[in-house]
Design a protein around this ligand. Structure first.
Ligand code: CTP
Ligand code: MG
Length: 180
């Protein structure tokens, strides 16, 4: 069932969706690259901070713990079999999302894009791809049991939509410079 697949995809990806949004709220302070440059361009830029990264990752892990607690109730209420997150998976999904976003900033700076410049496609999927790859490497059995082909397709279709949606809200609230 399509609805079921979508529910599983959103549930399984929530620990990876939350970190970037929390980082926007928690950002500020010392940038990870400490202001250093490479070839005259910032390594990562002021948009990647220790504070944002730490709180974003912690929030993603916390969401996984809350979902685990809610899982039995959710399953009996809806009949949809949603996954449980082993702690290691909570970490790979949350940290992988933050790390993917950091990698994207690294690439953006190398290609001369200033902080906040958009890179369509990469911006919407960087965090998902790295969160999934890291999880597949570290917890392959859990990964392949959860992320079946239909679930992965749902994730790849839904993520850009959800991402643009939340970014437009963040933009409207004055939290972000660009609405995507
Ligand atoms: N943020 C942070 N640490 C991170 C990711 C995000 O502090 N690891 C905060 C920053 O305040 C950042 C905001 O969240 O400005 C928005 O995140 P993002 O769009 O990823 O950063 P940009 O400012 O657009 O910078 P970049 O061009 O590097 O993506
Ligand atoms: Mg950005």
């Amino acid at each position: 069932m399509v609805v079921e697949t979508v529910v599983i995809a959103v549930w399984a990806m929530l620990p990876a969706y939350i970190p970037n949004n929390v980082a926007v709220l928690a950002g500020g302070g010392r940038p990870i690259d400490g202001g250093r440059t490479w070839d005259g361009k910032r390594v990562l830029g002021d948009g990647k901070t220790w504070h944002g990264t730490t709180f974003g990752t912690a929030a993603g892990i916390a969401v996984a713990l809350v979902l685990d607690r809610s899982q039995p109730v959710f399953e009996s209420a809806t009949g949809v079999g949603v996954p449980e997150f082993p702690l290691v998976v909570a970490v790979t999904l949350a940290f992988g999302a933050m790390f993917g976003d950091i990698l994207a900033s690294f690439l953006k700076r190398r290609t001369g894009r200033e902080r906040g410049a958009s890179l369509p496609g990469i911006d919407q999927l960087d965090f998902v791809v790295i969160a999934l790859v890291l999880t597949a490497l570290v917890a392959s059995e859990w990964f392949f049991a959860t992320f079946t082909v239909p679930v992965i397709i749902a994730v790849l279709v839904l993520t850009p939509v959800l991402h643009v949606g939340t970014n437009m809200i963040a933009y409207a609230l004055g939290l972000k410079d660009e609405p995507w």
